[in-house]
Every structure is written in structure tokens, then in C-alpha cells.
Design a binder for this molecule. Structure first.
Ligand code: ADP
Length: 175
């Protein structure tokens, strides 16, 4: 199972699918969403605005336009309200739904940012553990995608995702 963590800017990554941390209106915004829309060009927003709203925990797929990817999956992560509003389940769900959409278009390689770990304030270690487990469980039961990369824009995110992947590998090795 190929799961990697990299430090960098997701808009520069060559991948079949890159994932956007979108808002429910799919209207673009700040953070990684703004960076993806700037790099993709205005046609991405035009396509997004034809798709209506997307609920937290769900995802939609578009073309990637000027980005070095084939598709963008826009998933809507949960805003963190302290853990009492189904945040963990919604974060797992948006990763799972993203991978389903990627598999439907035959994607081998999917690249995620740290969904919900910026403006949506999800605790980073907790988010990294949920993201890594959800991806690993999906990949264990499906042929595609066969490679997933988490791209981290900040050192603390990079550390958290590396730790989550290490924990995943050690739990898989223990009897
Ligand atoms: P959310 O609203 O889901 O929290 P944000 O865009 O605010 O989304 O943040 C999600 C994560 O994406 C944060 O860890 C942030 O540092 C990171 N990020 C911001 N810009 C980029 C980028 N260009 N490439 C990869 N990650 C990015």
C-alpha cells in the first residue's frame, strides 16, 4: 500500500486527482481552496457553480483545467466545534467519498491536503489519524487508487501526518 507524506504546495503536484478543501457552496475561498482556484484558472469556478451545494462529509469531482492533475475532487470537511457534532465521522466520510469518486474515474494517484486543519480548526493530530486510517482501509479493499499522497503546507501538519502513517504501519505489523 503506497501512502506518502510530502511537504509542499498541492497546486504544483502531478497526480490523477488533487483534493480541494472546499466550502459547501463550492464558491472558492481562502487557504488551499483559493490556491487551487488561482492555479486552475476561472473555468474551475464556472464548473463548480454548476454543481450546486455539497454537504459536509460529501464530495464532487470536476476537471482540473490548468493544474497538473486530471481531476479535482472538492470535498467539504467539517468545521471543528469541539467534537460533539459528528466531526470525526464527517472527516472520515469526506475522505472515503473522495476516494470513491477518484476510483470511478480510474485514478491511480490521489493527493490530499490536510482537510479541515486550517480555517475549520480540526485538531491536527486527530485529523491526521482519521485521514490515514480511512485511506488505508479504503485502499485495503479496493484496487484504485493505488497511491495516495498527503501534501502538507506547514511543519506541524507534516509532522502529524508522518506520525499517523508510522502508527498505521506499526499497528498493521503487530499481531
Ligand atoms: P479547511 O477550511 O478545510 O480547514 P484550509 O485551506 O483553511 O481548509 O486548510 C487546510 C490545510 O491546507 C491547512 O493545513 C493549510 O495549511 C493547508 N494549505 C493551505 N494552502 C495549501 C497549499 N497550497 N497546498 C497544500 N496545503 C495547503
Amino acid at each position: 500500500m503506497q501512502i506518502y507524506v510530502e511537504f509542499g504546495d498541492i497546486t504544483t503536484i502531478t497526480s490523477d486527482v488533487i483534493v480541494n478543501a472546499a466550502n459547501g457552496a463550492l464558491s472558492g475561498g481562502g487557504g488551499v481552496d483559493g490556491a487551487i482556484h488561482r492555479a486552475a484558472g476561472p473555468q474551475l469556478l464556472e464548473e463548480c457553480l454548476t454543481l450546486g451545494r455539497c454537504a459536509p462529509g460529501d464530495a464532487v469531482i470536476t476537471s482540473a483545467y490548468e493544474l497538473p492533475a486530471r481531476h479535482v475532487v472538492h470535498c467539504v470537511g467539517p468545521v471543528w466545534y469541539g467534537g460533539e457534532r459528528n466531526e470525526d465521522r464527517l472527516l472520515a466520510s469526506c475522505h472515503h467519498r473522495t476516494l470513491e469518486l477518484a476510483a470511478e474515474v480510474g485514478a491511480h494517484h490521489v493527493t490530499f491536503p490536510a482537510i479541515s486543519c486550517g480555517a475549520y480548526r480540526f485538531p491536527i493530530n486527530r485529523a491526521a489519524t482519521i485521514a490515514a486510517r480511512t485511506v488505508a482501509n479504503f485502499m485495503a479493499s479496493q484496487a484504485l487508487p493505488d497511491k495516495v499522497t498527503f501534501v502538507c503546507f506547514e511543519r506541524k501538519t507534516f509532522r502529524a501526518f508522518n506520525k499517523a502513517i508510522e502508527e498505521l504501519h506499526s499497528s498493521q505489523q503487530s499481531p
